[in-house]
Ligand binder design. Structure first.
Ligand code: NAD
Length: 409
């Protein structure tokens, strides 16, 4: 299903719960502004190439637009719109004062040299600078963009505007005003939510077994934190295969091996890439790609809990099946919101010039995530709905309220 259609289905399912009228629902499904440009880059060969680019500003009723920029061959308007809408929901779920946006460039960045990638980052800001800024729209990294790309975008923006404006972008290198703790924020936020959930259920995190799909920025840190808490990580995968050990993997050693040899298949004996889905584990943590739990794969899943660190890892059909099977799914818009929460901290630090210690970032992140979990879990219990339905309903209520206060509804 097209990504944006999927978002509309979620809204439709939550609209009644949120008490929205049909008119209000329609307003929440429409982006405020769709910006498009063709970015021209002079390649190292001397020839020119053009790449389609988007910035979709979905909603700014609760605060400035906020969302990452991805460089990906399959990035298109539909996908970027769905991700922008999801940012609106995510910021509202965790109660940070931002709206939702997302950006994308249709490009295979692996085919670009370092210089060409920098030129593309600068071209993006040249195309959209009128609409970006600390009080307007604040980008961040996403798939195949990183702190270095953010540094080039910030530099270009400051050249154009002639001012120092560190709060115009987040996910920057620390040297340019990035926040301590941003690199581990997504996984740390997810683990804070998991701990709160397990406390509610009186389940000891140290007594659980876990399977983690993906060992990139987010998955690796999640596996590390779980192992640190005493959870037995019995399966861990990357795009080369799945490492498994029923008595528990040595997560730190395997990640160290991956850092040196790039792939798990070069570190140890791996099973099929999808074997992680059917691992005998209480907890499944998708932290790689979208649509991993589908109608054709979900039967293999043996977990009681799913912690969605990836965006959109579960299709609506699989989600419904999991609900009937009594599997608790912590939805992406709650589970992976730690990244945008610390982006908010970075924005605050950039605006005030007061930079926080790592312990302060970690403590405030945990507080925000636990509070968000509490609100979502209480709503879900009161209305007997899933955590996903509750998270969407709460978020839509908050955005609608802000729109009403502004006289936009
Ligand atoms: P990343 O590119 O650093 O890592 C992705 C990992 O997935 C890599 O280890 C890759 O080998 C692995 N992978 C790819 N295909 C796979 C497959 N078929 N099976 C198993 N593993 C596979 O990305 P990331 O930043 O860790 O993000 C992962 C997911 O989390 C994405 O969906 C992203 O949107 C989401 N997310 C990340 C953040 C963040 O702050 N990093 C925030 C919110 C959401």
């Amino acid at each position: 299903m097209a990504a944006f259609e999927n978002f509309k289905q979620q809204v439709n399912a939550a609209a009644k719960l949120a008490g929205l009228t049909e008119k209000e629902q329609t307003a929440l499904e429409k982006p405020d502004r769709v910006l498009r440009a063709d970015l021209e880059v002079v390649l190292d060969s001397g020839s020119k190439a053009t790449f389609p680019a988007y910035r979709i500003q979905f909603n700014n009723a609760r605060g400035p637009y906020k969302g990452g920029i991805r460089f990906h061959p399959e990035a298109d308007e539909d996908e970027v719109s769905a991700l922008a809408a999801m940012m609106m929901v995510k910021c509202a779920v965790v109660g940070i004062p931002f709206g939702g946006a997302k950006g994308g460039v249709t490009v295979d960045p692996k085919k670009l040299s370092v210089r060409e990638r920098q030129a593309l980052a600068r071209a993006y800001v040249q195309a959209f600078s009128d609409h970006l800024g600390p009080d307007q729209d604040i980008p961040a990294p996403d798939v195949y963009t990183n702190p270095s790309v953010m540094a080039h975008m910030l530099d270009e923006y400051e050249i154009i505007t002639g001012k120092s404006q560190p709060a115009m972008i987040t996910g920057k290198p620390i040297a340019l005003g990035g926040s301590l703790g941003r690199d581990t924020a997504t996984a740390d936020g997810a683990i804070a939510v998991l701990e709160a959930l397990l406390e509610d259920e009186r389940v000891d995190v140290a007594g659980l077994t876990a399977a983690v799909q993906g060992a990139g920025n987010a998955g690796a840190q999640a596996a590390r934190r779980l192992a640190h808490l005493g959870t037995k990580v019995v399966a861990l995968s990357d795009s080369s295969g799945t490492l498994q050990d029923e008595s528990g993997l040595d997560v730190a050693a395997l990640l160290e091996g991956k850092a040196q040899k790039k792939e798990f298949s070069a570190v140890g004996k791996v099973d099929a890439v999808d074997a992680v889905l059917s691992a005998n584990a209480d907890l499944f943590v998708p932290a790689a790609l979208e649509e991993q739990l589908r109608i054709d794969t979900v039967d293999a899943l043996r977990a009681r809990y799913v912690l969605e660190i990836a965006n959109g890892p579960t299709t609506p059909e699989a989600d419904a099946l999991l609900a009937t099977r009594g599997v608790t799914v912590v939805p992406d818009v709650l589970a992976n919101a730690g990244g945008v929460a610390v982006s908010y901290f970075e924005w605050v630090q950039g605006r005030t010039g007061d930079y926080w210690k790592k312990e302060v970032v970690e403590a405030r992140l945990s507080e925000i995530m636990r509070k968000a979990y509490r609100e979502v879990a209480d709503f879900a219990r009161e209305r007997t709905v899933t955590l996903r339905a509750a998270a969407y309903a709460l978020a839509l209520k908050r955005v609608a309220e802000a729109m009403r206060e502004r006289g936009r509804l």
